[in-house]
Design a binder for this molecule. Structure first.
Ligand SMILES: [Ca+2]
Ligand SMILES: [Ca+2]
Ligand SMILES: [Ca+2]
Ligand SMILES: [Ca+2]
Length: 574
C-alpha cells in the first residue's frame, strides 16, 4: 500500500491486481466561500476475474436447448467465498446481482472506500449489521457513491465504523456525491470527517437524494453535521436513530442541511452535540436555506454550545418553508453567553409546526431568550403544540415558552404552560395568539388561562385528564390542511360529550395542544386507559372537595361522577 495519497490525476500502480485512479474537480463551497478540493479517487479497485467462468457457465445453462430463459437470473456473489473482498465482489457483479457478505470484520484495501461504479446491485450482509462489520481503521470511508447511483444501488445490513476522511469532501462513513443510493439496516458509527468543508461524520450527501432507512447513525463527528450532512440534496431518512454525534464547528450535531430538503420521518435524533467556539446551532438538526420536513420524530437530549448558541434541538436559518409535524422536542439545551432557543430557534425562517410537544427544553446563558422557541425575523405557524416546562435561564432571560424578536408568528390551538420565567416575551410587536391556553393569560380570540390538566407532566405525559378546559376549545379553521390525526396518530377531531364546545367550527371541535382527548375511556381519571381502584381512589379522595374526580365536567366530584365510573368499572379502554 502507498504511504501517501496519489497526486491529482495520477494513475498509480500499487501492486498486483490493484490500481488507483484519481480525478479532481473543484466546486464552490459555502463555508469557505471559495473552491474546495474534491476527489473521487484513492480507492483501490480490485481486478478479479477468476469467477468469470462461473457466470459464463450459468449463462450457457440458461440458453441451452430445452431451457427457455424468460429473464437472466440475478446472481448472488458470496464474499469471501467467491471473492476475497467486498470490492472484488462488487466488481464482479452486474445489475440486479447481490453481493452477499458473510459474517465477519472486514478491513483493509478492498473492504473500504467501496465503489459501486454505478451498478444497480445490492451489497447485503448474510446476517445483519451486528455480524458484518467494515472497520475502516481510521483511514478512508466505507462507501463512496459518485457514479449517479440510484435507489437500486443498495447497501443492506452492514456496520460501517471508524472511517476517517480528512481534507477531502466529508462523509466519514459514506459519501454520496450526486448519487442516490439506498442505505438500509446499517449501523454507521464512530466515523469522522475532518478539515475545512468536511461535512457529515457519518454520511454526507451532496447533490443527490439517497434513501436511508432503519439505520443507526451513532458517535460520528464532523465540523458540520456530526451524523448526517446534506448539501443541494434531499435525502429521505426514515426509521433511523441519529444519536450521540457531534459537530465540532457547531452546525448540526445530528443533521446539518444546506440548500436541501430532506424528509426525516419516524426517527430519533438524540444526544447529539453542536459545539462551536463562536457560534453553535442546532444540537439535533440545523437547516440553512433548507425546507426540511420532520415528521413523527423525537428530538431529545441534544445540545448546542457556543458563545452564541442557537437551537438546542432545532435551528432553522433562512429557511422558508420547513414543516415539523407530530414531533416530540424535549430536554434539549442551548447554552453559552448569548443563547437563542433551547428547543428550537428560527431566524428568517417560516416553519409550520403542528401537533408537537416542545417541553423541558432549556436556554441557559448570560442572555437567554426562548426556553422553548425563539424566533427572529420569522413568521412561524405554530398550531396544536404543547409548549410546557421550558426554561430560559440567565441574567437577562426572556420567554420561557416562546421569545418573539421582530417576528410575526401565528400561534393557535396551543398550550403554553409552566414555562420559566414567563410564557411569551415579545419585542417589539405582540404575536397573534388565538385559541390557546396561556398561563397568566394573553389577549386574543378564544384564549384561556386555566390548568390544562395534563396527565403526568412530571413524567412527560401531556395527554389530558378528563374535563381539561383545553378539550373542544380550539379553532377548527386553524388546523393545517391535511392534518387529521394528533401526535399519537389518533383522530384529531373528536367530540367529548361532557365538555361544552367552546372552540370554533362545526363539531367535533379540535382540542388545544398536541393530543386530542379521545373521550373513549369514560371513568378513567388517571389516564392510564383503565377504570379501576386507582380511579376510584381519586374520585373518593376528592369527594365533594375538588374537581379532580370530575367525570361529567360540571366542576364537582359527586354521585353523578361515581355513577359514570361504576358504569365502566373494570373496563380496559381501546
Ligand atoms: Ca375535541
Ligand atoms: Ca363537546
Ligand atoms: Ca385509570
Ligand atoms: Ca361532576
Amino acid at each position: 500500500m502507498p504511504t501517501s495519497a496519489p497526486k491529482a490525476g495520477a494513475r498509480v500502480d500499487t501492486g498486483p491486481g490493484l490500481v488507483y485512479n484519481t480525478f479532481r474537480t473543484s466546486v464552490p463551497h459555502p463555508l469557505n466561500g471559495g473552491m474546495r478540493e474534491a476527489s473521487g479517487g484513492g480507492e483501490p479497485k480490485g481486478v478479479h476475474v477468476m469467477c468469470a467462468h462461473i457466470r459464463i457457465i450459468a449463462i450457457l445453462l440458461l440458453v441451452a436447448p430445452g431451457l427457455t430463459p424468460a429473464t437472466v437470473k440475478a446472481d448472488t456473489i458470496h464474499v469471501p467465498r467467491d471473492y476475497p473482498t467486498i470490492q472484488a465482489g462488487i466488481d464482479a457483479a452486474q445489475d440486479g446481482d447481490t453481493v452477499l457478505v458473510a459474517d465477519g470484520v472486514y478491513t483493509g484495501s478492498g473492504n473500504k472506500n467501496l465503489d459501486f461504479a454505478g451498478k444497480a446491485i445490492t451489497v447485503r450482509s448474510a446476517n445483519g449489521s451486528l455480524r458484518c462489520f467494515i472497520d475502516c481503521e481510521d483511514s478512508g470511508r466505507g462507501f463512496h457513491f459518485h457514479n449517479g447511483e440510484t435507489s437500486a444501488s443498495v447497501v443492506d445490513g452492514i456496520t460501517i465504523a471508524n472511517g476517517y476522511m480528512i481534507t477531502h469532501r466529508g462523509g466519514g462513513g459514506v459519501l454520496c456525491y450526486y448519487s442516490s443510493p439506498t442505505i438500509t439496516n446499517c449501523t454507521i458509527m464512530g466515523n469522522r470527517a475532518q478539515g475545512t468543508g468536511a461535512w457529515g461524520g457519518g454520511v454526507y450527501c451532496e447533490g443527490g437524494n439517497p434513501t436511508i432507512t432503519n439505520c443507526t447513525i451513532a458517535g460520528n463527528t464532523a465540523p458540520c453535521g456530526g451524523g448526517v450532512a446534506c448539501w443541494d440534496g434531499s435525502p429521505t431518512i426514515t426509521h433511523c436513530a441519529i444519536v450521540l454525534n457531534a459537530a465540532s464547528d457547531g452546525f448540526g450535531g445530528g443533521i446539518y442541511c444546506h440548500y436541501s430538503s430532506p424528509a426525516i420521518t419516524q426517527s430519533t435524533i438524540a444526544g447529539n452535540t453542536a459545539q462551536g467556539t463562536d457560534v453553535a446551532s442546532g444540537g439535533g438538526v440545523s437547516g440553512n436555506h433548507s425546507d426540511l420536513t420532520l415528521t413523527t420524530c423525537t428530538i431529545t437530549g441534544n445540545t448546542a454550545h457556543g458563545d452564541h448558541a442557537y437551537g438546542g434541538g432545532i435551528h432553522l436559518d433562512d429557511s422558508n418553508n420547513p414543516t415539523i409535524t407530530n414531533c416530540t422536542i424535549t430536554w434539549n439545551t442551548a447554552y453559552g453567553n448569548y443563547v437563542y432557543g433551547g428547543g428550537a430557534c428560527c431566524v428568517n425562517s417560516n416553519p409550520t409546526a403542528t401537533n408537537c410537544t416542545i417541553t423541558c427544553n432549556r436556554a441557559q446563558g448570560y442572555g437567554a431568550w426562548g426556553g422553548g422557541v425563539y424566533c427572529e425575523e420569522s413568521s412561524p405557524t405554530i398550531s396544536n403544540c404543547t409548549i410546557a416546562g421550558n426554561t430560559a435561564d440567565g441574567d437577562h432571560s426572556y420567554g420561557g415558552g416562546v421569545c418573539v424578536d421582530h417576528s410575526d408568528p401565528a400561534i393557535t390551538n396551543s398550550i403554553l404552560w409552566d414555562d420559566t420565567p414567563d410564557e411569551v416575551y415579545f419585542y417589539p410587536d405582540s404575536p397573534v395568539i388565538a385559541y390557546c391556553d396561556v398561563q397568566g393569560g394573553w389577549s386574543g380570540t378564544g384564549n384561556i388561562d386555566a390548568d390544562p390538566r395534563f396527565a403526568d407532566p412530571d413524567n412527560g405525559d401531556y395527554h389530558f385528564l378528563p374535563c381539561s378546559p383545553c378539550i373542544d376549545a380550539g379553532d377548527n379553521d386553524a388546523v393545517p390542511e391535511g392534518i387529521t390525526s394528533d401526535l399519537d396518530g389518533s383522530p384529531r377531531f373528536v367530540d367529548d360529550p361532557h365538555m361544552a364546545d367552546t372552540g370554533n367550527g362545526d363539531p367535533p371541535i379540535v382540542d388545544m395542544g398536541a393530543y386530542e382527548f379521545q373521550a373513549d375511556c369514560p371513568g378513567d381519571l388517571d389516564a392510564d386507559r383503565d377504570v379501576d381502584h386507582a380511579d376510584l381512589g381519586i374520585l373518593l379522595g376528592t369527594w365533594y372537595t375538588s374537581d379532580e374526580g370530575d367525570l361529567d365536567c360540571d366542576g364537582d366530584t359527586d354521585h353523578a361522577d361515581l355513577g359514570i365510573l361504576l358504569a365502566h368499572w373494570g373496563e380496559g379502554c381501546p
